[in-house]
Design a protein around this ligand. Structure first.
Ligand SMILES: Nc1ncnc2c1ncn2[C@@H]1O[C@H](COP(=O)(O)OP(=O)(O)O)[C@@H](O)[C@H]1O
Ligand SMILES: [Mg+2]
Length: 282
């Protein structure tokens, strides 16, 4: 090992880069007054820089809980979450979350004020630079000209663009999105998926994206972890970099979607069988 030249050592590292984020044997629980709810069970995931990593599973399977744990809002009861080999012990500006709700923007701040706010609050940048960064980020999501608008003057899709601009302006190591387009109408949702992929092409950020839509997972993700219901476990990991919005409706796409559906619902672990039936019947 000592004889390895610097060049060889470097190329060996390049061939198998360490994951940016490691979720190792993570169990997540909520203690309520009556009982302990196990939301996720011994989850293992590796997310690499530049991944568009999707967490896919039915409602209630622990996706949001897992995302909140990665964001540092919830501590695992078992296992570890490592970012750059360092344990995540709390929230940080290196992981920013975009939520589903349109009301995640303070209504008394303009678009520009909203996007600048975390830059100023975290003392990342002085005001003039924060303003410049915010304008740039607003332009990237196609909202130039709306800097002085207030959230109530914007459509749902535009509010989500502001939330994305605000997150990107912070230049996080990982952008976390929790069903960000779920409350949008179908056409706007498709448009937002397209824009997100364009934005990724341009900026190449690392994304962890939560959805319960198989179609959305295939379109948005390059890799997808399928989570089984209650408590969430990783049932399979799927490579989905081959699919994009142009694949929608195609025969191969449909076949992939139905394979995933079967993986999620038709071949349950015996322990999950009852929950699966309940979810499939919903
Ligand atoms: N604050 C909480 N207290 C107790 N149980 C919770 C809490 N939040 C979520 N849960 C439970 O944890 C499980 C996973 O929830 P969640 O992560 O929100 O699922 P998903 O995002 O996949 O729909 C569910 O059974 C839910 O009822
Ligand atoms: Mg959720």
């Amino acid at each position: 090992m000592v004889l390895l030249s610097g060049v060889n050592a470097a190329s060996a590292t390049a061939a198998t880069p360490d994951p940016l984020l490691r979720v190792k044997g993570v169990t997540l629980e909520y203690a309520t007054r009556e009982r302990v709810v196990r939301a996720a069970h011994r989850i293992n995931l590796d997310v690499h820089a530049g991944d568009r990593f999707v967490l896919l599973g039915p409602s209630g399977c622990g996706k949001s809980t897992l995302l909140k744990a990665i964001a540092g809002f919830i501590r695992p009861t078992e296992g570890q979450i490592l970012l750059d080999d360092r344990p995540v012990t709390g929230p940080g500006a290196d992981r920013i979350v975009v939520f589903q709700e349109f009301d995640q923007l303070p209504p008394w701040k303009t678009v520009l004020g909203n996007v600048m706010f975390p830059l100023l609050a975290s003392r990342r940048l002085p005001r003039a630079e924060a303003k410049e960064r915010a304008r740039d980020s607003i332009a990237k999501v196609g909202l130039s000209g709306f800097e002085d608008s207030f959230p109530h003057q914007l459509s749902g899709g535009m509010k989500q663009r502001v939330a994305i601009a605000r997150a990107l302006a912070m230049k996080p190591r990982i952008l976390l999105m929790d069903e960000p387009f779920a409350a949008l109408d179908a056409l706007t949702r498709r448009k937002m998926q397209e824009e997100l992929l364009q934005l990724w092409d341009e900026v190449r950020f690392t994304l962890i994206f939560v959805t319960h839509s198989i179609e959305e997972a295939l379109v948005v993700g390059n890799r997808t972890a399928l989570l089984s219901p209650r408590p969430g476990r990783v049932r399979a990991e799927i490579n989905c970099h081959a699919w994009d919005l142009h694949s929608l409706g195609g025969r191969d796409f449909q076949a992939a979607a139905s394979r995933i559906h079967n993986l999620l619902f038709d071949t349950p672990d015996p322990e999950d069988a009852q929950d699966n039936r309940a979810v499939a019947a919903e």
